[in-house]
Design a protein around this ligand. Structure first.
Ligand SMILES: Nc1ncnc2c1ncn2[C@@H]1O[C@H](COP(=O)(O)OP(=O)(O)OP(=O)(O)O)[C@@H](O)[C@H]1O
Length: 642
């Protein structure tokens, strides 16, 4: 076999017309590597790896999309991981934001870890870099890679375009397997393509939630999406629709749908409800079939949690749940809402108690949005998701230069940011004891003194605290101050678990309607029975996750029991989410629980080490929230060094 480097240089010299059949794809990239970047196809230099701070900044910039993407990355990994592939998601600069992989697998290559930057300029022809450079679906199979280092690897990457048609990410699968069949890799590429399609559709529909969405099949069998307002003006189009219907790629301004299709207003629905098949006729007479989705009901899907930095924009953001929607038809919750409404002018601190995923955060935002403070900021701080050393400065602020690493201009702190509005202290049970004392002082005096500054600020804040700990037990253990508890507990709201809710069946059906139903997917009676019997340790969060995943897994238009994945742990082993046997609602036996615990501990340690102590990155890898990971670290007695 001709030496890899010589083969590439020879191909570049000969030009595309003279390459063996099927070899013209890498040619363009190979020739860029040689002629544009001046690379030599010997050994690749080190792949750039950015700091955790940069990874986090890049993640924050895309957070509204990542909430959808992580779920799809997990799903994709659950499919292709079985044949050794890892899954990565990068931003448009090739910076790896998330990775799902079996690090112990012989097919694993640790070059793909979060923070690694995959561009053609550094890594030569490769799945992510070439996909981003061309903005096109890309498969790079073994020796199609430019550098010899990568010729045992195969990657398949698909570009992700935002609703405004800008390129924002690449979804990629990679395997290091010299015996991989080209056909297997072609199938993997199709799976990635489908995942990317689903993800882009979810983001498009989310961003046009109040519009009617038309999903039309192009003659090549691929879908394209249009968003249409109540007057039948096209107000959005995905990248496929723009190309197919010859719409402007940028500078999109609304225009009548009837400039593209023969007038047929009856085909377009404006009311929420399940999707309906439809057909439209193009002006040249060709017919396009597809589906029409009415605008989302206000509480149509699990919502992205606003990032703390953006939380000031308020819970009143479109798509928020109202207090009545939050309570559903559960009498304890409607009573709580009633009490909260009556107290909303008093500013009494509110303490929300309930298991993970029951909707405490959602309630806090809904309460703020309907309170007299709605026009003022809603600011959140998760006390478990932050290293102890940071909570103090984040909460109370600091003066410029107050400590090493402090921002020059200092920070006002969340209390001051929330002035006039609401401060939501999530996971208050995890607040370190010395900060409990300081928090108590602020609550009593209404004054904050930022670290390192003599200035005292008066603050007027509605405090809502939440926890899923048994606070009485923590008080008895000396881990939580009783006086702080009484101070926070102006009114205590117990949020029931999903399994305790009187309207559990209605909640499950509403979830089915707004996830599966909207996509025209039905749930088989046997699957619905399992949903009703399941004990839902992860509550609403778990319910939405399980049903959305089942929609993706369901072949055809029917969710069957096996699509729910409720008979085996569906997530990376996390006892909080560990799913008891659907047919044995009493939950896993003690030794199953112990095995899960052991597996979880190993998975956590493995990920924390692999992410060099970056808890946010490890949490993403493990598919759990940072708060959950901090809780699990504590539960396993894993302490952080340094
Ligand atoms: N009334 C509701 N209708 C629909 N979805 C809801 C409702 N309440 C909560 N959810 C969804 O359930 C999930 C969990 O809710 P939330 O984050 O508020 O729970 P939590 O109790 O604060 O959880 P944790 O304590 O673990 O942070 C979210 O995806 C949220 O959008």
């Amino acid at each position: 076999m001709m030496h890899h480097g010589r083969k590439i240089l020879e191909a570049v010299r000969l030009g595309p017309g003279r390459l063996p059949l099927g070899q013209d794809f890498p040619y363009r990239s190979w020739s860029r590597c040689v002629e544009e970047y001046g690379l030599e196809p010997g050994r690749c230099g080190p792949i750039p790896l950015v700091s955790h701070r940069e990874i986090n900044t890049a993640r924050e910039a895309l957070e509204d999309k990542l909430v959808f993407a992580y779920e799809e990355v997990d799903f994709l990994y659950s499919v292709v991981g079985k044949i050794g592939y890892c899954v990565t998601l990068t931003n448009a600069d090739g910076l790896t934001l998330a990775e799902r992989a079996d690090r112990s697998s012989r097919f694993y290559s640790d070059t793909e870890r979060p923070g690694s930057v995959w561009t053609e300029r550094f890594a030569g022809t490769n799945g992510v870099g070439t996909c981003l450079r061309d903005g096109a679906v890309t498969s790079v199979y073994q020796d199609e890679h430019f550098f010899e280092d990568f010729i045992e690897m195969s990657c398949a990457a698909v570009p992700l375009f935002a609703p405004d048609a800008s390129l924002w990410a690449a979804l990629n699968v990679t395997v290091r397997n010299p015996s991989l069949q080209r056909e297997t890799h072609a199938i993997a590429l199709e799976v990635v393509r489908k995942s990317a399609e689903r993800l882009s559709e979810a983001i498009f529909r989310r961003s046009h939630g109040e519009r009617t969405i038309l999903k039309l099949w192009k003659p090549d069998g691929e879908p394209c999406l249009l968003a249409v307002d109540a007057d039948h003006a096209v107000v959005g189009a995905d990248v496929a629709a723009r190309a197919f219907l010859k719409l402007p790629r940028t500078d999109f301004s609304p225009f009548s749908l009837w400039r593209l299709f023969a007038r047929d207003p009856a085909a377009i629905r404006n009311d929420p409800g399940p999707s309906l098949p439809m057909r439209l006729t193009r002006l040249d007479g060709t017919e396009l079939r597809g589906y029409v989705y009415g605008p989302s009901a206000p509480n149509a899907a699990p919502r992205a949690r606003p990032a703390p930095a953006r939380a000031a924009a308020g819970a009143a953001e479109a798509g928020g749940v109202t207090l009545d929607q939050w309570a559903g038809a559960e009498p304890r919750m409607t009573r709580s809402v009633d009490i909260l409404r009556r107290l909303s002018r008093t500013g009494l601190p509110i303490l929300l108690l309930g298991e993970t995923g029951v909707g405490k955060d959602t309630l806090a935002r809904a309460y703020h949005a309907e309170s007299p403070r709605a026009a003022q900021p809603f600011v959140a701080l998760n006390c478990a998701a932050m290293p102890e050393t940071l909570i103090e400065s984040e909460l109370f602020g600091y003066a410029g230069g107050a400590f090493t690493g402090a921002r020059k201009e200092g920070s006002a702190g969340r209390f001051v940011q929330a002035h006039g509005g609401t401060l939501f202290l999530d996971e208050i049970g995890d607040m370190p004891p010395h900060l409990q004392t300081r928090l108590l002082r602020v609550l009593e005096s209404g004054e904050v003194a930022p670290l390192g500054s003599g200035k005292i600020r008066k603050v007027d804040v509605q405090v809502i605290a939440a926890t899923n700990h048994r606070l009485e037990q923590r008080i008895a253990d000396g881990a939580f101050r009783a006086d702080l508890y009484y101070r926070l507990a102006g009114v205590i709201i117990h949020v029931p678990t999903l399994r305790e809710r009187a309207d559990k069946e209605a909640v499950i059906d509403a979830c089915i309607a707004c996830t599966a139903g909207r996509l025209g997917v039905r749930v088989a009676p046997a699957a619905r029975r399992i949903l009703l019997q399941h004990s839902w340790p992860g509550n609403l969060r778990e319910l939405y996750l399980v049903v959305s995943r089942a929609v993706s897994l369901a072949e055809g238009k029917l969710i069957e029991p096996h699509d729910l994945l409720l008979t085996v742990p569906a997530m990376p082993p996390d006892p909080l989410h560990a799913q008891p046997e659907a047919r044995a609602p009493a939950g896993p036996s003690a030794d199953v629980r112990a095995r899960l615990d052991e597996a979880e501990r190993a998975a956590i340690l493995d990920n924390i080490n692999a992410c060099r102590g970056d808890v946010a990155a490890a949490a993403h890898n493990l598919g759990m929230s940072r708060a959950t990971l901090y809780r699990r670290l504590k539960a396993h007695g894993i302490t952080r060094r340094g």
